[in-house]
Design a protein around this ligand. Sequence first.
Ligand code: NAD
Length: 486
Amino acid sequence: MTAPTTVDEVSAGLPSGLLIDGRWERVDETFPVVDPATEKPIARVADASVAHGLRALDSIVDAAPGWAATTFRERAELLRRAFDALTARREEFARLIATEMGKPLEEARGEVDYGAEFLRWYAEEVSRPEGDYRRSPDGGSRILVSRRPIGPCLLITPWNFPLAMATRKVAAALAAGCTAILKPAPQTPLTSLRFAQLLLDAGLPAGVLNVVTTMDAPAVCGALLADGRIRKVSFTGSTAVGRLLIAQCGPQVVRPSMELGGNAPFIVDEDADLDRAVEGAMIAKMRNMGQACTAANRFLVHRRVADEFGRRLAERMRDLTVGHGLDPLSQVGPMIDGAACDKLAGLVRDAVDHGARLLTGGSPLPGPGTFFEPTVLTDVSPGSRMFADEIFGPVAGVTCFDDLDEAVAVANDTEYGLVAYLYSGNTEKALRTAERLDVGMVALNRALVSNAAAPFGGIKQSGLGREGGREGINDYLDLQYVAIDA
Ligand code: NAD
């Protein structure tokens, strides 16, 4: 597999160093960023120490009062300029995402569009601040309720959507009047660095957003949370790390927002439109090569249609073209690293050992590049590891059910509660079933839930809080009530 790009092309114009107080600071220690499709380094970025992190914190604390005092209109206009700039530079950002993260270029363009929407959404939302004025029931006082920025924030993002996970947090924090440190994933920091420069170019004042790249997130983020000046952490990543961060929020009573892992059921009832369900399955499973918290993880299909569904899904998966994200023919890019491929191979082996039948795929592809074959298994036993763990790859496991009650029970039998997909020919039955699913989001006869205008988030161990929608900004605001003796 050839890489239709060069190191120079990808890194041209990339800021290097840490962004602290409006300046890019060079750091002696660096780490490589690798193109997972070639396994070759494409750039080196700064490896921040705890001391760097604390200087970044001093800077956002100093900038906080000034930024909180800006008008809603000023913040809205800055975010709108950033939206326009990102939209104008769509192709450049898409190529960078495809190279450092691996997703096919067309999907990377989709991520730029989706990521940019958060800038536009919050530009619009911030212009309509909420607040209210009430009378106490006994008529003895007036109650004035307003909102204020929570204060300096720590924003931690994963590698699978390097732009959209950053804009989803940064736009909400900035709109609310908060300053922030962005800590991107070490696998994909380049997109965040370029996005931060775009914000500076759009007029963001020094110190309002600092970017700290590091290979030692536990030490740097641990020190920031222990310091006491960070008032909020917003994290997107694995449930294991989320649990750790929630515990670290305790001593200083930092407010946590957590977008964690998922184990999405994809339920196909006997009366579903099968063409639509197979089409939806391809999207819900294969977006980002299955490396998404929202990825369909367990296909639960009514016994009457399960064989046909499995056969048709396998045909579609077999036809996919695997290749470098920048290759225009590629529909499936690499896994983020070799460990991800090893994990997938282990999940497939375990499912087969538990009685599953392999319809297509099942193995890593020869390198260079960490590619895994699009895979479909059927007759997967609900006790298999792939039904308990996040698969996080292009592997679909199908099992069948006899009635919807059974499907709902299996769907809810997980510690996760992010999203569920439901394909049904009966809207009333589908709505009643959706209400019984223990998840934060349900997709009915469609395969995408992500939308800047909607409250994205999970329940149970999939998270705390919501991002996007009218609700997203609230996580960055505190309420203040003034009692008036009148
Ligand atoms: P991860 O938890 O390993 O890492 C996420 C981020 O946390 C990275 O920036 C990493 O450097 C940092 N980190 C790791 N250990 C830390 C620590 N001790 N303290 C502070 N920061 C730490 O997750 P990942 O592999 O990058 O991403 C994949 C995971 O993210 C999956 O579980 C996926 O479901 C989840 N995810 C969730 C959503 C959502 O919105 N719910 C969206 C995308 C990804």
